[in-house]
Structure formats: C-alpha cells, structure tokens
Design a protein around this ligand. Structure first.
Ligand SMILES: Nc1ncnc2c1ncn2[C@@H]1O[C@H](COP(=O)(O)OP(=O)(O)O)[C@@H](O)[C@H]1O
Ligand SMILES: [Mg+2]
Length: 278
C-alpha cells in the first residue's frame, strides 16, 4: 500500500485539486484507493460526492478502532453505476479539534493505527491535508511513506516549498524514517506568464529533480469537474482530458516509488517543453 500525503503549509494552492486529480487517475486505472479527508474544510469529501457522515475522520482520530474506521469510510459517489474501489474517509469540521500545535506522540500515530485495519483493501491511500504544520499534518505524515508538496509559481513559492521540505525532513529524522518527499507539484502554472516561467525556473534551480513534471496549468475545466463532484477523467472536453493525462503521469510517479530506499531522483521524468502547457 502506498500512502501519499498531499500537503502545503498554505491554503488555496491546490492540495484538494491534486488529491482529486490523483484519485480520478487511480479510479480510471482501476487502482483500489482510499482518500482520507484530513482537512477540516472537508472539500475533498464534497468533490468525491460523499455526503456528510455521522461517523467521520474526527471519530477515527478520537479512537482509531477498526469498527470506527470502517464506519467512517464511504464509497465515493464516483463509483455509483461504474464499479471500482474509490472510498473516502469522510472529513468533518470537527477534525479541527485534533489540530493543536503540540500533539502527543500517541496522537501523531493515530491515522497510521487506523489505516493498519484496512491496509489489505487498498493499493493507494491519498491524504488531503490541512494547510498548516500542526497536529493533523503531522498525523498524516506519520501514516505516509511519501509527501507531495503543492505550490503555485508565485513570489513566495521557493520559501514555502523549502519550509515544507525541511519540515518533512524533520519528521523523517525525529519520527518516521520511511517518510520521503515525492516532490513538488507546481499548480496553476500559466506558461505564457514570464513571471510564472521565472518562478518555475527558480524552483528548479533550488530543488532540481524534486520539481515534478508535468506542472499543472490553470484550467476552468478542473473547477467545473470539482463543482459537479465528478472525476476529471470522465469530464468532457480536451482541456479536462489534457489534465487527466497529466494526473496519469503524476500517479505513475506515485505508484513507481514504492518501499523505503526505492526513491531514485534519476527516475524523475524529464521536463516537458513549456509550450505543451500553454
Ligand atoms: N490548476 C487549476 N486551475 C484552475 N483552478 C484551480 C486549479 N487549482 C486549483 N484551482 C481552484 O483554486 C481553488 C483552491 O484550490 P484547492 O485545491 O481547493 O486548494 P487547497 O486544497 O490547497 O486549499 C479551488 O476553487 C480550485 O478549484
Ligand atoms: Mg483543500
């Protein structure tokens, strides 16, 4: 089972968008997937067409017993009439109660403990994280073997990505040796924008192959699919399909990096020419 946290220490940069895109790619590929909605905003649950649930991720964080874990997991509405396994551990605003700045070690391992009960049922677990480095994100990372850092190509993106990578390294050293960065996913890139080109170059100069390809362009089709709570891969139009292929490539990268020690930067696909994204 691959467990990937989708993180950034900032809100609004595209964590949920990336989680939804990867979940859609996994669904299209027939990879049995669990999406854990750890953000108290619970946007990924909405995007995956899952109703508000009486038992949800907050209950799991309170007590990660098998019965509670199973009760908090619901099939995504995406699978209705289509089959396939894409489940959601349903999010809740109550998760905010577990986002304190000083979690105990026991709290930090609660998601890992919870996932152990259902580990045999999924090939992939995606965790949509809260935009901070408080307890929820650390709980997510302790349960993960990879973290992807999402960033926009903006003025502070290098600093933001750097902070996130350092935080991952700190957790790896102090808590969970298997944790590795998958890399930086650049979202909302406008390749016609000189400013964006400059920022992407800056990221590459600083982080080299940790800047993943392809970078995701800004597209309204993404928002439309999200608004309709449909997977991107079934959304009509060329723009949605172009993005779907990009998420296929990113998913490939997630599934290729397996166990500890397999992380090889030389495997990272070469950058695409900027024109492809324009
Ligand atoms: N590549 C993109 N193209 C167009 N809109 C995007 C893109 N990425 C994100 N958005 C939109 O920006 C908003 C914030 O993105 P979201 O994924 O919710 O960020 P986060 O989860 O990090 O807070 C959402 O309305 C989303 O639809
Ligand atoms: Mg979000």
């Amino acid at each position: 089972m691959h467990v990937l946290s989708v993180s950034s220490l900032k809100g609004g940069v595209g964590k949920t968008t990336v989680t939804l895109g990867l979940a859609s790619a996994a669904f299209a590929r027939g990879v049995s997937t669990l999406v854990v909605d750890l953000d108290p905003q619970a946007d990924v649950s909405t995007g995956m067409d899952v109703p508000v649930a009486a038992v949800n991720v907050a209950d799991v964080l309170g007590s990660p017993k098998e019965k509670t874990v199973r009760a908090a997991i619901t099939p995504s509405g995406w699978t209705r009439g289509r089959g396939g396994v894409v489940d959601v551990m349903v999010g809740s605003p109550a998760a905010i109660n577990f986002d304190g700045p000083h979690p105990s070690v026991r709290d930090i391992w609660k998601l890992e403990e919870a996932l152990a009960h259902v580990e045999a049922e999924y090939e992939l677990v995606l965790v949509d994280c809260a935009p901070s480095l408080n307890a929820l994100t650390r709980t997510a990372w302790a349960a993960s073997d990879r973290v992807s850092v999402v960033t926009e190509p903006g003025l502070f993106s290098v600093a933001a990505a750097d902070r996130a990578l350092r935080a991952i390294e700190e957790i790896r050293r102090g808590l969970s040796p298997r944790l590795q960065p998958l890399g930086i996913i650049v979202n909302r890139a406008r390749m016609q924008s000189l400013e964006h080109q400059f920022r992407i170059k800056e990221l590459r100069d600083m982080f080299g192959p940790l800047v993943l390809s392809p970078q995701l362009p800004e597209r309204t089709s993404l928002q439309q699919a999200q608004g309709a709570a449909k997977p991107l891969h079934v959304w009509p139009g060329e723009s949605a399909q172009e993005l779907a292929r990009m998420f296929d490539q990113l998913l490939e990268r997630v599934l290729r990096t397996g166990r500890v020690g397999e992380f090889a930067t030389s495997e990272i696909p070469t950058q695409q020419p900027a024109g492809r994204l324009a």
